[in-house]
Design a protein around this ligand. Sequence first.
Ligand code: ZN
Length: 437
Amino acid sequence: MRTFSPVEFARLVTRYLRDYPAIAAFPTLSPERIAEAQLVRLRRLVEIAYHGSEFYRRLYASHDIAPEDVRSWADFRRLPTVTKDDLIEHHDLVPVGASAVSRRVRVSYSSGSSGKVLKILAGPDRFITSALMMLRMYRSAYPFSAREDVALLYTSTYPYLNFLNPFRIRYINTLTPPAQMIARLERMRPKLVIAYPSILMELTAAFESRCRALGVRAIATNSEQSTQLQRDMLADVFGCPVFDEYSSEELVLGSFQCAELRYHLQEDCAYLESLKVDSDEPVPPGRVGEIVGTCLVNTVMPFIRYRQGDLAAISPANCSCANNGRIMSDISGRKNSSFRLPDGRVLPSGRVLDWTYKLIIEHRLPIAQFQVIQHQPAWVEVILVGMAGYRHEDSARLVAQSFKEGLGDGIRVEVTQVASIQRTPAGKHLPIRSFVT
Ligand SMILES: [Zn+2]
């Protein structure tokens, strides 16, 4: 992605000096104040979308809704939800008029498990505001100073990083081979590491003692689904706490774990709701539903009540930490990465993931990486990458037996050993996949 121009960077610095204290304090406002601020932003966004985006204007007009009708939370909840398919189908009509053709607009892509790609447009303000929110979020994991290095292991650099290095955030591409990556980390000695969990698992599998010796003070994981068990394991090897982030390209920042390991919503970045999968009805607080989000920082391409496709529960704020953001739990990954079994049972991907990790840890199986694929309702394949000392015959029998017990009778389980597991074009590892719809 194109880096910031000097003018954009100057704006980032001005915004940092002017707005960062308020942004840093936002999560500590009372839940009522947070909700009030959100409603103001939501109403403004609906107005921008209605007057600037042909897609939203037509959609709201077809429901007989004008922006001035949206005054309360109840009004907001009457707005129809939109799906990724809707936005892909009408992609020319979604962006807000003149702002979308500006040369300052940046383009990113969100690839769904459906294989369809959504092109996302965003202006500099979205990157500037979210950079400040991201700084707050990562500094809640470890309050790094301007003299301490932060390693960002990611598929692409952030556009402002060439400049924002007063904060010394160093970018390492995820495609860097593990041996080079650990060597770079050893030279850098970062206090905070931000990375995909699968990249860290690869590093710990190959270089356990060197990971421990890095002296990392905190880790933030993002972009891929991981389980608490897996993160506890990483915390053990690196000797520091691990905090997980739930975010998406569309909604920008979703939630981040606090010291109590609760996922607090980043309420000023995106307003999230949990709705029934097949309707716009909300599910009760604390019950799992589909995550539907409104991005509060992108006014070039609005995402309003956007069906993210992930399943999770949302509960009111209630945590002993200072953050009054609502709490997300039971993040079960994408609704189409769950396993649907022939007897009608649905196994969320998180459960399959946890189950596999427990199996590996309990039996101390020397496995570097795995992928569990449901090819057909009654056919599951477990793909494994072994490490030194891996004996396929023994492990395969154990894994197959354990999966058969869990999945029940009549499910064919195959265990395959491979040299490596292919990542997605975006460099992500998908531990759980289902081709059963
Ligand atoms: Zn908390």
